[in-house]
Design a binder for this molecule. Structure first.
Ligand code: UD1
Ligand code: MG
Length: 452
């Protein structure tokens, strides 16, 4: 990476009408992360420095979401949408601080990676005034065409202003460019709006720079990486591409995915070597899985930490705050929320563990429920190491079961149970010899009397 300083400008003022959404377009998510955050992340990886975010439609909402980014961007409001060139100038005061490089990106191009951004910055380091990220789309349709002469980029022609010959050019503007800081304001201020849209086109700086004898170049990126999102179908397409990339990376890093196309990662999923993920698993945000864990089929996991050798599912739901220690087991139709399942503990069937600790080696029987909510507040259940909770027990929180406590099946436990004690929270069984037979005969006689 060059030692040059950089400012990243992300344009996100568009309304995104075609999304048909109350939510600003750039806040729609790919892999559980707003599109604009993906763009900011790519800029960060490319050494993009401070971020200036140009907002318009839904400014307050975008501002709120942007505050969670690192670095938090400086927000500029473009009051009127007069074109991409006009939008960049909304960040004039940031540009005027005089960074060496300026990266201009679109907030609705979430698949961009650091590589083309770095390549464009490298061109600036080598003396170019502007470096444009181009691509060759299958259908050039509405993209700006890159017009080259003698290996130099001389203009970008928006399709509405292009001649028939220019429209035939397949090399198009991906919408990202790097501009040398020392030329940026002079070039941007020279942009006019005499074109078919009466807009200030950022792309016009190419022709202006060329006319001034400055060096302008295009680099090529994959069509995938500059995919712009305009509607929900394209959003899904971008999600699919992102997931494909992530699955591939997971497998190359030593994770086994039996049916990769059915596993969905979040932008921040961490997953260690030799972990096995069976088909149809969904990872929401905040999941950290160590090496050698097994995630069985149809599990839904978010905000959870899963240690080495732990087993989850099939059909398990881990919600935020689920913390499975080494070799813990959470089996089928179990839900765990804000609870620690310590080393080797087993929660195997049809159970809800919420706001709780399950001590090391404890065994939680089928159908056990921690009754953590009384309609007003949440309460904690503490289950000691080696405890045994018989099937179909309700543990009414707050409640503590000591180490080695033994809970009879079907108990409703309302009081603390001391270590190694046996607790029955149900009436004892009563058996009356011969009474079954007597009942049967009585019912049969009554039924026969009715038939007559
Ligand atoms: C732009 C490029 C085109 C390129 C294409 C790639 C220009 C003039 N054209 O066209 O060469 O092939 O992207 O996708 O730059 N925006 C603002 N304020 C404005 C206008 C736009 O913030 O006043 C933002 C939009 O929210 C969007 C981005 O800039 O994120 C691009 O705007 P859009 O209208 O999509 O430009 P295109 O017509 O697609
Ligand atoms: Mg566009």
């Amino acid at each position: 990476m060059t030692s040059r300083t950089c400012l990243s400008i992300i344009l996100a003022a568009g309304e995104g009408t075609r999304m048909k959404s109350a939510k600003p377009k750039v806040l729609h998510e790919i892999a559980c992360l707003p599109m604009v955050a993906h763009v900011a992340a790519a800029a960060k990886k490319a050494g993009g420095g401070d971020v200036a975010l140009v907002v318009g439609y839904g400014a307050d909402e975008v501002r709120k979401a942007a505050a969670r980014l690192n670095p938090a961007p400086e927000i500029f409001v473009q009051e009127q949408r007069l074109g991409t060139g006009h939008a960049v100038l909304a960040a004039r005061t940031a540009i005027a601080r005089g960074d060496d490089d300026l990266l201009v990106m679109f907030g609705d191009t979430p698949l961009i990676e650091a590589e083309p951004l770095l390549a464009a910055r490298q061109k600036l380091a080598e003396g170019a005034a502007v470096a444009v990220v181009g691509f060759r789309p299958a259908d050039p349709a509405g993209y700006g065409r890159l017009i080259e002469k003698d290996g130099k980029l001389v203009a970008i022609r928006e399709v509405k202003d292009a001649s028939e010959a220019e429209k035939k050019i397949g090399f198009c503007n991906g919408g990202l460019m790097a501009i040398s800081g020392k030329h940026a304001l002079a070039l941007l201020d020279a942009v006019g709006n005499r074109n078919a849209n009466s807009e200030y086109y950022l792309t016009d700086i190419v022709e202006i720079a060329h006319a001034r004898g400055l060096n302008v170049v295009a680099i090529e990126a994959s069509a995938e990486s500059v995919l712009g999102i305009n509607n929900r179908a394209e959003l899904a397409q971008a999600e699919a591409i992102w997931q494909r990339r992530r699955r591939h990376a997971a497998m190359l890093s030593g994770v086994t995915l039996i049916a990769p196309e059915t596993v969905f990662f979040s932008h921040d999923t961490e997953i260690g070597q030799d972990t096995l993920v069976e088909p149809n698993v969904w990872f929401g945000p905040g999941v950290k899985i160590a090496s050698g864990a097994t995630i069985h089929a149809f599990s839904h996991i978010e905000g959870a930490t899963i240690a080495t050798g732990a087993q989850v599912g099939p059909f398990a739901r881990l919600r935020p705050g689920a913390d499975l220690h080494e070799k813990a087991k959470v089996g089928n139709f179990c839900e765990v929320k804000k609870a620690t399942v310590e080393k080797g503990a087993k929660v195997n069937h049809l159970t809800y563990i919420g706001d709780a600790r399950v001590g090391a080696g404890a065994n939680i029987g089928a159908g056990t429920i921690t009754c953590n909510y009384d309609g007003f507040g949440k309460h904690f259940t503490d289950i000691g190491a080696g405890a045994f909770v018989g099937s179909n027990s309700s543990l009414i929180a707050p409640v503590t079961l000591g180490d080695g406590a033994y809970i009879a099946s079907g108990s409703v436990i309302t009081d603390d149970v001391e270590a190694d004690a046996l607790a029955f929270g149900r009436t004892r069984q009563k058996t009356i010899p011969g009474k079954g037979k007597e009942l049967r005969e009585r019912f049969a006689a009554a039924a026969a009397a009715k038939k007559k």
